[in-house]
Design a binder for this molecule. Sequence first.
Ligand code: FNR
Length: 194
Amino acid sequence: MSGAAPTLRVLGIAGSLRAGSYNRALLRAARGVAPAGMDIAIFEGLRDVPPYDADQEGGAEPAAVAALRRAIREADALLIATPEYNYGVPGVLKNAIDWASRPAGRAALTRKPAGVLGASAGASGTMRAQLALRQSFVFTETYAMLRPEFFLPRAGEKFDASGELTDEATRDHLRQFLAALETWIRRFEAKPAP
Ligand code: FNR
């Protein structure tokens, strides 16, 4: 039997539908610099998630919602890259969080470890949006890593035209962030009974 810890399955969610999204590009870069024990898949179904409607709970959930909830449940942890819209979380991402937060207390998000990061064109690097996202994660009991934080300001200067993260300092920072996230996630792994 190998003593190596099993590979962590991390689900990346970018809170942007834009083809050239810096936040999705950041998740792609994360895949490239993730530690050996971490596998990052990127959720691509956000566009299909309908506006939250409590009347659609209790019966058959919309297919896109089922896919979102399943993907979160099957992951060991989340990596959420949020843009900042008007100092807050973009509606498409907040909407997905709302679906994944129900039923309260036993939702896909409940007690799921997560890393939060974000890229913006401006100078604040999504600082305010990330705080707003963390506020939602208090209620959902989502275990968002506290530190290190990861803010990517002036994203337009850090990626090339094809969406590749070319800024070496940012790549190093991302590598360190993901190494810390691996340690964070493993804290929540079930320990075998003594
Ligand atoms: C923005 N943007 C923005 N940036 C920021 O730093 N703080 C903000 O409050 C806002 N507000 C905002 C509102 C709306 C409606 C839009 C469309 C944009 C700019 C934003 O950071 C930029 O568009 C990013 O490129 C969005 O992320 P993606 O799509 O590249 O991942």
